[in-house]
Design a binder for this molecule. Structure first.
Ligand SMILES: [Zn+2]
Length: 386
């Protein structure tokens, strides 16, 4: 409550000055205010659109990584499918070769069966043609009964032998036929396996083509979204610059001291003005300025036109620059890694005066900024939006 009153007291002269100055303000202020409103809305829209594009881009990244893994797997599957087709194909070729051999053998056996049978038929016919007369002839021609028996036996033996040969060929032929049938069955089964393997390979190939297309689509999407994000970024930068210019113009129109941010780009407020935790000694401290964390080497800009009245080093502020802005107002810049200006140098608002560092009492690279009026430290947020 007390702090609020204090703050009101401090702001009262500013408020009074603004009220007193109002009738004298140029007409452009109303335009600036409405422009600022429109720009803020545009800024919000752009930020939302950029966020959407960024989210979409992250989804594309995720899908792309997923597709990469799937592609790798599918390529392995295709290699396996190709190997399978090759193996089954080789097996089928082997079976077909042995089938051809068997068919030749069957043919040869059939031929010898046919010949043997023909020969046997001739012989049988010859024996039958002898008829009963011939039998008698055989008998009559025989000098003795023993001779006759011997001749008859010989004929019988020959016939019996022929029969045996034919039976053996017949058995061989049917064995070969059975074997051929078995191999033919094997061939049919292997043909089916080959068809299946080829079908599987085609499926994997189709999947691979699909994934390759998806990868190409995702790469195109990624490029397009990248471009979108970059465009929004540029548009946002442009809007921010316009906002900043209007804000400076409005501040200048409202009074004499119109400071601007001491840093371009992103920076984080790591310690506020006033009472708060002491990062070095522990406990609490009364912080005389505001701390803005940024990378070492980031440019520190003069917050307003002025003249450099101090540059130097001490164990608390480290490398420090002090700029006098007239009317009892001064700005202090502490902990820099390098000072870029000299005493008595006139500087313009936004001019680089030093680089961010961590000299003096500091726990990391940052700018300690103080605004002093008649050497009394002020709340920087009363003057600058951080
Ligand atoms: Zn500080």
């Amino acid at each position: 409550m007390q702090r609020t009153r204090k703050r009101l007291c401090r702001l009262l002269p500013v408020v009074l000055a603004v009220i007193l100055l109002l009738p004298a303000l140029p007409a452009v202020r109303a335009d600036d205010a409405s422009d600022l409103k429109a720009l803020a809305a545009k800024q919000a829209d752009l930020a939302a659109a950029q966020q959407n594009a960024q989210s979409a881009l992250e989804r594309v990244y995720y899908q792309r990584d997923e597709t990469k893994v799937k592609l790798q797997l599918t390529e392995n599957q295709l290699a396996n499918a190709n190997a399978q087709v090759k193996t089954v194909g080789a097996q089928l070729k082997e079976t077909q070769d042995s089938l051809a051999k068997l068919q030749t053998e069957v043919k040869l056996t059939e031929e010898s069966y046919r010949q043997q049978k023909a020969r046997f038929g001739e012989r049988l016919r010859a024996v039958q043609e002898m008829g009963p007369v011939s039998y008698a002839g055989v008998l009559m021609g025989s000098s003795s009964f023993a001779d006759f028996i011997s001749r008859w036996d010989r004929i019988t033996v020959i016939v019996r032998h022929d029969n045996g040969v034919i039976a053996a060929i017949k058995a061989t032929k049917s064995a070969l036929e059975a074997q051929r049938q078995e191999v033919a069955n094997k061939e049919a089964a292997q043909k089916q396996l080959l068809t299946q393997a080829e079908g599987a390979r085609q499926t994997v190939q189709a999947k691979l083509a699909e994934l390759t297309q998806l990868k190409a689509d995702l790469t195109a999407q990624e490029a397009s979204l990248h471009a979108q994000v970059a465009t929004y970024e540029q548009e946002l930068d442009a809007v921010e610059e316009q906002i900043y210019a209007i804000q400076v113009r409005m501040k200048r129109a409202a009074g004499k001291f119109a400071p601007a941010s001491p840093m371009r780009g992103r920076h984080e407020v790591t310690a506020e003005f006033g009472f708060g935790p002491d990062p070095i000694r522990g406990g609490t401290r009364n912080h005389g300025g505001i701390d803005l964390a940024a990378n070492t080497g980031t440019q520190i800009l003069a917050i307003e036109d002025g003249v450099v009245i101090y540059t130097g080093y001490d164990s608390i502020y480290g490398n420090r620059v002090v700029i006098d802005h007239g009317g009892g107002v001064a700005s202090w810049y502490g902990h820099s890694s390098k000072i870029l200006v000299r005493v008595d140098q006139a500087v313009k608002q936004g001019e680089a005066i030093a680089l961010v560092g961590s000299t003096g009492m500091s726990t990391g690279p940052h700018l300690h900024l103080e605004i002093r009026v008649n050497n009394i430290r002020q709340q920087p947020r009363d003057y600058i939006d951080f």
